[in-house]
Design a protein around this ligand. Structure first.
Ligand code: SF4
Length: 390
């Protein structure tokens, strides 16, 4: 049995403590044998992964503890709902692990591992489909990025790129530095929340981040903190350390039932992030991914939580946009009236949808854009061009 000690690995108490990963809930003493039996079917379908540091953040006396909800499987995941590719990523896949949806941005799925597995994960397919969705031909990907001069941003994602060794990450990042039109390298990672030691104990990773700055590429670390309790002293130290390398750090989170679906919780998360210089970037509508039904809120309920959270914080803390990653683009939820809801394409896969504004009748049961049917009104970008030409 893997042992861990809550006291010794809580934030900042023993920075030399090695982080040990767990993939079997049988190894968590706080989970009773009865509960283990109930969860066996869930973990057979959707794997479990965490580590002693992250589990130490759970208050085991509270069955509704948000960190527990985030990482410990639950039988409600077996409810049939959604699919494994809720944002239609397959439509934009050029080759395994390389996606090109928005003109200026390409995604490289470089890892099928994370520091933990979030129960609401929208990319469960990378854990379930073994390696078939992950980049296998780096040379072909680099060729594509080099030939497509419109690509100025590359996002390394997965899984979590920081689950790779720094040596493997170097092999991916170093060749990107010599592609002249590539100006921004983004790394999407929840590792600072799951395991801040990954950053604090690896000077070579920080050196790699410095190398990006020296090559005049702007590195963005897009982190994934869902709840203010994840922002431990250690996690904050890790974020500050990354910022000192010249990287920009920003946070994104979905709104998740049982984890951050209270305005006060979300406001506290945004506030704490702003205090350490990490702007909230996107807040996502939870995607209709397999296993996610009980973690998801209807769009209109989630919007109201988001709006109420924003009302409690300063301008610097409320820079996030509330968006849904639809197969046609990133659609921002702009606001509600008694009868209507307003959306706007923040990023569009097709030029014709770029900046398009849409008005729909309200539907309190809607979880996704498709649940709204046809818009009552929509305003394409050309309308503004017509006005400018008057
Ligand atoms: S960090 Fe992202 S990819 Fe990894 S399990 Fe969580 S949601 Fe999924």
């Amino acid at each position: 049995m893997v042992k861990y000690n809550r006291e010794s690995c809580v934030a900042g108490k023993d920075p030399s403590l090695p982080v040990r990963y767990l993939t079997r809930i049988e190894n968590i003493p706080q989970i009773s044998p009865q509960e283990r039996d109930r969860l066996a079917q869930v973990t057979a379908k959707y794997p479990f992964r965490s580590n002693n540091y992250y589990l130490s953040l759970i208050d085991w006396s509270d069955p509704d503890d948000p960190i527990r909800q985030l990482i410990i499987p639950h039988p409600h995941e077996l409810e049939e709902w959604g699919d494994l590719d809720p944002s239609g990523e397959r439509n934009y896949t050029i080759l395994p692990g390389l996606e090109h949806k928005y003109n200026s941005t390409a995604l490289l799925l470089v890892s099928n591992l994370c520091g933990g597995i979030c129960r609401y994960c929208f990319r469960k397919r990378v854990f379930l489909n073994k390696k078939q969705d992950i980049l296998s031909d780096l040379t072909a990907a680099l060729r594509y990025l080099t030939e497509h001069r419109e690509i100025t941003n590359v996002l390394l994602t997965g899984g979590d790129p920081l689950a790779l060794s720094t040596k493997k990450l170097q092999k991916i990042i170093h060749p990107l530095l010599s592609i002249p039109h590539l100006k921004i390298i983004r790394i999407g990672s929840k590792m600072p929340a799951f395991n801040p030691y990954r950053i604090l104990h690896d000077p070579s990773l920080l050196q790699l981040m410095h190398t990006c700055a020296a090559a005049e590429k702007q590195l963005y670390l897009i982190v994934h903190f869902n709840h203010p309790r994840e922002l431990t002293d250690l996690a904050c130290d890790a974020l500050k350390t990354v910022r000192r390398t010249g990287a920009v750090v920003a946070n994104q989170t979905p709104i998740i039932r049982g984890i951050n679906d209270k305005p006060d919780t979300l406001a506290e998360l945004f506030r704490k992030l702003s205090f350490i210089g990490v702007p909230p970037y996107y807040v996502f509508q939870c995607r209709p991914a397999s296993g996610n039904k009980s973690y998801t809120l209807p769009i209109e309920e989630a919007y109201q939580i988001f709006a109420q959270a924003r009302a409690r914080i300063s301008g610097l803390a409320k820079r996030a946009r509330y968006v849904m990653s639809h197969r046609t683009g990133k659609v921002e939820i702009m606001g509600l009236t008694e009868k209507h809801i307003f959306f706007k394409y923040h990023r569009a896969a097709a030029e014709v949808d770029s900046e398009k504004f849409m008005v729909f009748d309200r539907n309190p049961q809607a979880y996704w854009l498709d649940d709204y049917g046809e818009p009552l009104e929509s305003q394409p970008l050309e309308i503004y061009q017509d006005i400018l030409e008057l």
